[in-house]
Design a protein around this ligand. Sequence first.
Ligand SMILES: NC(=O)c1ccc[n+]([C@@H]2O[C@H](COP(=O)([O-])OP(=O)(O)OC[C@H]3O[C@@H](n4cnc5c(N)ncnc54)[C@H](OP(=O)(O)O)[C@@H]3O)[C@@H](O)[C@H]2O)c1
Length: 290
Amino acid sequence: MNTSSASLPGGTWTLGDSSVTRFGYGAMQLAGPWVMGPPADHDGALAVLREAVGLGITHIDTSDAYGPRFTNELIREALHPYPEPLFIATKVGATRDAQGGWPTARRPEDLRKQVHENLGSLGVDTLDLVNLRMGDAQGPRPGSIAEAFETLVDLRQEGLIRHLGVSNVTAEQVAEARGIAPIVCVQNMYNLAHRHDDDLVDHLAADGIAYVPFFPLGGFTPLQSEALSRVANRLGTTPMSVALAWLLRRSPNILLIPGTSSLAHLRENVAGAGLSLSDEDVAELDGIGH
Ligand SMILES: NC(=O)c1ccc[n+]([C@@H]2O[C@H](COP(=O)([O-])OP(=O)(O)OC[C@H]3O[C@@H](n4cnc5c(N)ncnc54)[C@H](OP(=O)(O)O)[C@@H]3O)[C@@H](O)[C@H]2O)c1
């Protein structure tokens, strides 16, 4: 499959042994409502995935829990055999119940099963990156992650995983994981309005570890702020574009995985993230999350 040679906003970052575009794509929005069931527009979902790769994006974030299974199966249908530069990150640590909840599943046997489910639904022999998702829907929870993380280390040693990361974690849990095995990224909630991880972002940047914010646009509750709208109006663009451009500028180790089920939004986000923000714009935007 051909990919665009045009460079994307933010350039590239080295994740483990792979160079990926800092502008990536989060696939969660492709499933049905509340990330359950198939998409209303199957062909539209395939078109979004193919356009992402066509635009030159080489980093897709997913999980077999999305749908469940449906999102990974869409990725496989749209993109398999995967073009060489494409890097697919997935996550384990939660499953789905009939009500659409996300019950945690982190015993060794649960994690092993989820890794095999991801391998099967994505159609690969080795997963590029598996994030161990901890905490719950309210955010990270304190406590040791050693047993679960060591299970993923074992699966990596068995050749089923190339790289490891952690998600929805505290700074202490990041340190605990790094004491057990190398990680290439941390995936936590972070955006213009939620900046509790500011210190962690900087700390990881100094150590060459990626920080991948989930809900970069606010997730199920899109970012809204007077200052954000003011800056967007001044620059003649959208609040979403400003939010993405701010993240790219915030730190070189930040990788974007904005989610969308819309071709128009995907194109708008790629174009918008390349926006140049002045120091004055950034100072105004920094006021939102402080
Ligand atoms: N590790 C974790 O625990 C965790 C948790 C949540 C998410 N994630 C990952 O993070 C990725 C990103 O999170 P997310 O998708 O939930 O949230 P997000 O990227 O913050 O926001 C997605 C929402 O923004 C809308 N949107 C996107 N572009 C837009 C635009 N240009 N204009 C207006 N609305 C726009 C989308 O709607 P449309 O579809 O209509 O564009 C969707 O409702 C997910 O895809 C997933 O891979 C990880």
